[in-house]
Design a protein around this ligand. Structure first.
Ligand SMILES: [Zn+2]
Ligand SMILES: [Zn+2]
Length: 510
């Protein structure tokens, strides 16, 4: 009797898995359109075991942080924090990641994770994208294993023996790890969309201690943020703050303070107790920066021992995926014939990298996203009389003379969207371009379709793209007006007052 109950129980427990083993496998689909799985970017909400969402910082945390940080302002502005104040800064920063924190091995507390459920039906014949989400904090190998299970499930559900994969942002990392680990047997095509698979400089530079925080680019970046908000008042405010020099003056002080935190080891300490424990974020470190980053985060033999399991994990990603990204891309092209890379340009990165004015989609640099494009600095050109780096019989230089795609890994299969931000238009051009690449009979390139040449421009409503031409390529900067001139005068005065205040504080603290 006991045995029967055991068997019944096992069968009942297996029930949720049944669709995987049963159904469609014996009903192959001959629609000719393999299902498309979209491996989403970082951002799925993470929940604890009781179903409460875990957040790095909600409104009240931010208010509390600002309140706690106010007394530190004189020290920050003069760039001279005392040891106690420096500790306080780290303590405040710690608070931000409390609830999302991982253990020394890079594992999450039991019960935490994303709420991702398998769909029971998918509209794959219409090329509808099937989303896959994962816990972005964790080891990409763990997420790739879950992706593998999902791919197998979708194959069975749809009756196809292969799926198309499109990775978006961090999703390109999980997707590439999947390809390294499980190969191409189940894969009919691969697209890297706004991808972080060649490294994300803002993170890479922080982990390897290479940031140069530029006061000037910080101001230029905030101006860009204001411009993208499309509010004339905000743009007037930020432009006046920047052009008056006040912003640079404030940042100069704060950034000197940040440098001191760096020199004194506070940032390293923050790293190993917080985001430095997220194997997912370690996968953003560029291949070339990895050794320096490990040396910086774990400088002593004690730390190397304490974090041995984590170091082994992140090194595995470095050796088995990061080192082989190009090789895997080449295999994807040979084995599936359907590949593509999509990236944005025309925006500044957050100004925390050692390379300033890099072209980007505002989050990831275009050079990395495209795997090799030659890019002019934001606002500049490749120079008069510029000649394409690799002569392959096609023109690969953008009409605005800012991008040379001939140095890309796939020069004929990489698309660039000017003013394209780090976002994904699931119902419009993003999905359409993806379907074109995956569903066309012959290999789809930047020369196949007049609607999707190599260089595109995002329209102002951000809902569509058009081929980039000299005629539709206008600057997206807003115009400043009367409000700007008034504010500019006020901020110039404030800059003088602040300069005086900083000199006094500095003298008093000596
Ligand atoms: Zn089908
Ligand atoms: Zn070419």
């Amino acid at each position: 009797m006991k045995k029967v109950i055991c068997i019944l129980l096992s069968v009942l427990l297996l029930c949720p898995l049944l669709p995987v083993f049963a159904s469609a496998a014996d009903k192959p689909c001959d629609c000719g359109k393999p299902p498309i799985i979209r491996v989403c970017g970082l951002g799925a909400p993470i929940f604890d075991g009781n179903g409460n969402e875990l957040k790095a910082a909600d409104g009240s945390t931010i208010v509390q942080t600002v309140a706690k940080a106010l007394p530190l302002l004189p020290g920050l502005l003069s760039g001279k924090l005392t040891a106690r104040e420096a500790e306080k800064v780290v303590e405040i920063a710690d608070g931000f990641f409390d609830s999302l924190g991982l253990d020394e091995n890079g594992d999450a507390p039991a019960g935490q994770g994303v709420h991702f459920t398998y769909p029971t039906a998918v509209d794959h014949e219409n090329g509808r994208l099937i989303n896959f989400d994962y816990d972005w904090r964790l080891d990409p190998f763990d997420s790739a294993e879950k992706l593998h299970d999902f791919v197998e499930y979708i194959k069975t559900l749809t009756g196809h023996d292969r799926v198309c994969l499109i990775g978006e942002s961090m999703g390109t990392i999980i997707m590439t790890t999947y390809l390294a680990e499980y190969g191409f047997d189940s894969v009919a095509g691969v697209i890297w969309y706004n991808g972080g698979y060649k490294g994300i400089l803002t993170c890479s530079d922080s982990f390897s201690n290479q940031n140069t925080l530029g006061a000037d680019t910080m101001g230029a970046y905030l101006k860009q943020v204001a411009a993208s908000a499309d509010s004339e008042a905000l743009y007037n405010l930020m432009s006046a703050l920047y052009d008056s020099g006040l912003l640079s003056q404030v940042f100069d002080g704060v950034l000197t303070g940040a440098y001191r935190l760096n020199d004194d080891g506070y940032l390293q300490d923050f790293l190993v107790r917080n985001i430095g424990r997220f194997p997912g974020l370690w996968s953003f470190v560029k291949y070339e920066d990895f050794d320096a980053a490990v040396d910086y985060a774990f400088p002593t033999p004690e730390l190397r021992t304490m974090y041995a399991a984590l170091i082994e994990r992140i090194t595995r990603y470095h050796d088995e995926v990061s080192a082989k990204a190009d090789e895997l891309m080449a295999q994807a092209e040979t084995l599936t014939g359907k590949v593509g890379v999509v990236c944005g340009y025309g925006s500044l990165l957050p100004p925390v990298t050692h390379e300033e004015y890099l072209q980007s989609d505002s989050v990831i640099s275009t050079r990395e996203e495209s795997n090799g494009a030659t890019c002019a600095p934001v606002g500049g050109t490749l120079g008069e009389g510029y000649r394409q780096a690799v002569a392959d019989g096609h023109n690969h230089v953008s009409p605005d003379n800012q991008i040379d795609a001939s140095t890309c890994f796939f020069p004929d299969k990489t698309w660039f969207i000017k003013y394209g931000m780090h976002s994904f238009n699931s119902d419009g051009y993003s999905a359409e371009l993806i379907r074109n690449v995956f569903f066309s009979d012959a290999p789809y390139t930047v020369f196949t379709d007049k609607a999707y040449p190599q260089f595109l421009i995002l329209d102002k409503e951000k809902e569509n793209v058009a081929p980039l031409t000299a005629a539709n390529d206008e600057s997206r900067d807003l115009q400043t007006g009367f409000g700007y001139r008034v504010l500019n005068v006020i901020f110039k005065l404030s800059a003088s007052v602040l300069g005086f205040f900083v000199r006094i504080t500095t003298a008093m603290r000596k």
